[in-house]
Design a protein around this ligand. Structure first.
Ligand code: SF4
Ligand code: SF4
Length: 448
């Protein structure tokens, strides 16, 4: 972790106009710097300090002679989006507000004052927000050296490419499926339009393009076809990541349906990797989010055995073979089958007896399933259910709190009710210096 004067380097402006030192802290009220419309927002940004650390940086105060030098403003424009992604975490498919941010002129004022070197724009879908695009064009005209980078689904007509090339220097493009029906079923969009525009952008080679494939159960079998298309189209920066939607996949059914599908997807992907990433002849760079590499059993040993290069994990090395569970299906899914619940009963009673307060962290499907079971069996309810994003104030009659609002004690236990976010939840608790014992429900289930 590098010491950094975070408020001299970047800011995050949320769609509602709230300003934070970075996008990791948007749900932490104590890190709100102010509102983009505040007359003194620039001064508030430059004088802001609150101790903080993450996997990359430790926030430090500036010395008297140090000057600000903003590497980027990260701006969430508006939640308006033309897609209807079934796993959308920004709730864009339900968004009914205005298409464009009401703060466009305030972004410009702040940019004029603090002169960031780059902007990262994300929504919703920025490219379908007309006034926002106009505003970005004005910014680019005024500051041609400033790099504008956009997170997009790129499902826009190829006739717009000249305009996009003028405004933006790069795109991070997410695709959640590759075949027509799958892409339509998950995103509600036309894959042909997306592919055509991406192919043309890649052909022109004027911008930096990163294409990311988000894995959900419904599209896993298409990942190798997507990868081959990206490579054939000339893409050089690729990513495969894990999206939500796994909680309802049952692995150990009578016919092992999902296990077979995931095993086949993994085998096909490995063939595509061997074909395209031979050492000395690698087709660009492909990084896996760690869960995705584990899930598709792409290990360091596999890469070495096949002399592959250009393949890595985000922020580190590929997982070792021993970290990849023998069956693909068991790495990605939590199996809340009936025979597990009685064992959970004993485990939970043990926790309730040993610790003063037991918290359940996660109000998703697993958290709710545990709460239902606790209620059914008349077990003592948890002290609270913790969820940093949940909008409900209670779930199953149990109060929902943000982690930051709980005063954890050493004699407490926090049960992580998640299969995908245990690392993130643990990091959140560590950031809060949580003294409680952290118990991972996934580990418990695997042991059972
Ligand atoms: S230390 Fe990390 S989380 Fe905290 S403000 Fe800096 S970049 Fe953001
Ligand atoms: S493209 Fe992104 S913002 Fe739009 S619905 Fe899909 S996930 Fe949500």
């Amino acid at each position: 972790m590098k010491p950094r004067i975070c408020n001299y380097n970047e800011i995050f402006i949320k769609a509602d106009g709230t300003v934070y030192p970075c996008c990791r802290l948007w749900f932490r009220d104590e890190y709100k710097i102010g509102h983009v419309t505040d007359a003194d927002i620039a001064e508030k940004i430059l004088s802001f300090y609150k101790p903080c650390k993450c996997e990359l940086f430790v926030f430090r105060k500036p010395l008297p002679e140090e000057k600000y030098d903003f590497k980027r403003f990260n701006i969430e424009t508006s939640m308006f989006c033309q897609a209807k992604c079934a796993m959308c975490c920004t709730k864009s498919p339900d968004y009914s507000g205005r298409a464009d941010s009401p703060y466009l002129e305030y972004w410009i004022k702040l940019i004029d004052r603090l002169k960031p070197r780059s902007l990262t724009l994300q929504g919703g879908e920025v490219l379908v927000q007309k006034k926002t695009i106009q505003c970005l064009k004005t910014i680019k005209e005024k500051y041609p050296e400033m790099k504008l980078h956009c997170v997009s689904n790129m499902s826009v007509d190829a006739s717009r490419i000249d305009e996009l090339e003028y405004i933006f220097d790069g795109f991070d493009i997410s695709m959640v499926g590759f075949q027509h029906e799958t892409y339509d079923a998950i995103m509600g969009l036309d894959i042909e339009r997306t592919r055509k525009t991406i192919e043309e952008l890649l052909r022109r080679k004027k911008q930096t393009i990163m294409i990311k494939y988000l894995l959900v159960p419904l599209n896993v079998h298409e990942v190798s076809a997507w990868l081959q298309w990206c490579i054939d189209s000339g893409a050089e920066s690729l990513q495969i990541a894990y999206a939500s939607g796994w909680e309802w996949v049952k692995a150990d059914t009578q016919y092992g349906f999902w296990s077979k599908i995931f095993d086949r997807a993994s085998a096909k992907l490995k063939k595509t990797l061997i074909k395209n990433f031979k050492e000395g002849n690698a087709a660009g760079r492909l990084s896996f989010e760690k869960n995705a590499a584990e899930f598709l059993s792409v290990s360091r040993e596999f890469a070495e055995e096949n002399s592959l290069s250009g393949i890595s994990c985000i922020g580190g090395n590929l997982p070792e073979k021993k970290d990849i569970r023998s069956h693909v299906s068991s790495s990605g899914t939590v199996r809340m089958e009936k025979h597990i619940l009685p064992a959970f009963s004993d485990y939970y009673i043990l926790l309730s007896e040993k610790y003063i307060s037991v918290y359940i962290y996660g109000a998703g499907l697993i958290g709710r399933c545990l709460l239902d079971f606790i209620k059914d069996k008349s077990l003592p309810g948890p002290a609270a259910i913790i969820d940093d994003y949940c909008k409900e104030s209670s779930v199953g009659g149990i109060q929902v709190k943000k982690a930051v609002d709980v005063l954890f004690k050493k004699q407490d236990a926090v049960l992580l009710a998640t299969d995908t976010y245990s690392r993130e939840f643990t990091d959140n608790l560590n950031k809060l210096s949580c003294p409680a014992s952290i118990k991972n429900i996934s580990n418990f289930i695997k042991e059972v």
